[in-house]
Design a protein around this ligand. Structure first.
Ligand SMILES: *Cc1c(COP(=O)(O)O)cnc(C)c1O
Ligand code: SF4
Length: 338
């Protein structure tokens, strides 16, 4: 069942419409199987509980092919029994973030940039997520308006860019976002605001006129980094949502994670870059998977990643080729592999 019939493929973007989508998201594997015409035994019901349960909003679900257990979008959200496999190199904190918590909910790891972990809430649960074990309860920043983070940023004049991350920062309502952005605008050394979010993709209705106005009218240069792994994630609703950002002169970039069974394929990666540029988004990063406990089955060897990058470089214009990067704990930037 489609939420919007094709002839009304407009983005009904109000605060209540995207919040409604969060409420209606599929959390039960049996329900997922039913909606997608899949046999129940291809799913793993015991994985539905715990700290990182199944969570798929309907706009994303509608892009999953019916009856195909190997669908590249389904692979991103479907809990697998292999998540319980122990693997000595796969860790709770794979990128060594815990040592960089400069204030409650603020990571200061790289020069000139600091990252606010705004919330632990996401609009989709990606099985390969490197923060799937992040101790969000220690951040506790939403309740106090991210005061400790803002105070730290105010005292460090070397920080020119603030990255809103999470969780997904756009699960926070516009009024609260506005309060935080106003606080950041009052810090003269902060010049740019970067938002790392999957919401324009998984619930395009999140791009409300109020949000667009808030970002477009800010003194801070707004950069939005979305997260798409496969071209099938981009449909007309996503294009319309992104169009609202780009028409307001915002820079929109994409980051992907190289994932076995999802996008470790030259055809999918070329088509992904083409679709992104078609809707006004530049490919930024292709991440080597962070070795997070529970995600080892998504790993693509670096040697294969390098081959895929060579194919992209030989096939596409230079600006359509993302940088292939990996995060090495302790390094002063992400490490460029190709
Ligand atoms: C990835 C990351 C950034 C941003 O790095 P860029 O290379 O500028 O995209 C900033 N802070 C942290 C903690 C990060 O993990
Ligand atoms: S939306 Fe981002 S933070 Fe949330 S589960 Fe997916 S990858 Fe992780």
């Amino acid at each position: 069942m489609k939420i919007l019939p094709d002839h009304t493929r407009i983005v009904r973007a109000t605060e209540s419409s995207w919040q409604q989508h969060l409420k209606l998201a599929i959390r039960c594997p049996q329900q997922l199987a039913k909606r997608l015409d899949l046999p129940l035994d291809s799913l793993c019901p015991t994985q539905s509980t715990g700290s990182f349960p199944l969570f798929v909003p309907l706009p994303f679900l509608n892009r999953i092919r019916l009856g195909d257990p190997r669908d590249p979008l389904l692979q991103q959200v479907l809990p697998s029994p292999r998540e319980n496999d122990r693997h000595p190199d796969y860790l709770q904190d794979p990128v060594g973030e815990s040592g960089f918590q400069a204030a409650a909910g603020l990571l200061h790891k790289y020069a000139g940039r600091a990252l606010i972990v705004m919330t632990g809430t996401c609009a989709i649960h990606c099985r390969y997520c490197f923060r799937r074990h992040f101790p969000y309860e220690n951040s506790n920043t939403l309740a106090d308006g991210w005061q400790a983070a803002v105070e730290y940023l105010g005292n460090d004049l070397s920080i020119h860019e603030v990255i809103l991350s999470g969780g997904d920062p756009l699960t926070v309502v516009d009024a609260k976002l506005e309060t935080l952005i106003n606080s950041l605008e009052s810090l003269p050394h902060v010049k740019r605001l970067r938002i790392h979010t999957r919401l324009p993709i998984v619930i395009p209705q999140r791009i409300t006129p109020r949000l667009v106005a808030l970002l477009a009218s800010s003194r801070l240069t707004a950069v939005v980094v979305v997260h798409v792994n496969h071209p099938n994630e981009i449909d007309a609703e996503v294009a319309a949502a992104i169009g609202q950002l780009t028409r307001s002169s915002m820079l929109v970039l994409n980051q992907s994670v190289l994932l076995k069974g999802v996008n470790d394929d030259p055809v999918a990666l070329v088509e992904l870059s083409e679709r992104l540029v078609e809707i006004g988004v530049l490919p930024y990063y292709l991440h080597q998977l962070d070795p997070v406990a529970g995600a080892a089955h998504f790993e693509v060897p670096v040697a294969r990643g390098l081959e895929l990058m060579q194919h992209l470089r030989r096939t596409l214009p230079g600006y359509m080729v993302p940088r292939y990067v990996r995060e090495i704990p302790g390094e002063l930037s992400k490490t460029i592999l190709a």
